[in-house]
Design a protein around this ligand. Structure first.
Ligand SMILES: [Zn+2]
Ligand SMILES: [Zn+2]
Length: 104
C-alpha cells in the first residue's frame, strides 16, 4: 500500500458541459456535467495528466465527482435559490442556509 502514500490520482474539472444538469448525491444541491482531467500526483506534484473518458457530474459545494447515472434528475428551476452570503444553491424550502447558517 506504499503507493498510496507517495502518489494519488486527482480529478480536475476541465470544462463545464452543462450547468445544473443534475443533483449532488451528497448534499442534494445542483451539480454540473463536466469534462475532467485526471492528474497523477507524486509527492503532491502533478507529473502526468490525461483526459477522463466519460463526462462526470461535479458538485461545487462538496467538490466531488460522480457518474451521471447516480445523479438524481435536475429539480425545477424554482426548487433552488442562491444564498446571498456564501453563493451556494440551497433548496427553496429551507429557512436557513445549511452551508453557512445565515437566514434566507
Ligand atoms: Zn454536493
Ligand atoms: Zn450560505
Amino acid at each position: 500500500m506504499f503507493f498510496f502514500f507517495i502518489g494519488s490520482v486527482e480529478q480536475q474539472v476541465r470544462q463545464v458541459l452543462k450547468k445544473g444538469s443534475g443533483r449532488c448525491i451528497s448534499c442534494g444541491s445542483l451539480a454540473d456535467l463536466v469534462e475532467y482531467d485526471k492528474a497523477l500526483k507524486l509527492f503532491f506534484v502533478p507529473v502526468w495528466k490525461w483526459a477522463g473518458k466519460e463526462p462526470l457530474m461535479h458538485c461545487n459545494n462538496c467538490d466531488i465527482f460522480f457518474p451521471k447515472s447516480l445523479s438524481p434528475p435536475p429539480p425545477p428551476p424554482c426548487f433552488f435559490r442562491r444564498c446571498n452570503f456564501c453563493s451556494r444553491d440551497v433548496q427553496a424550502e429551507y429557512k436557513f442556509c445549511p452551508f453557512c447558517g445565515s437566514a434566507l
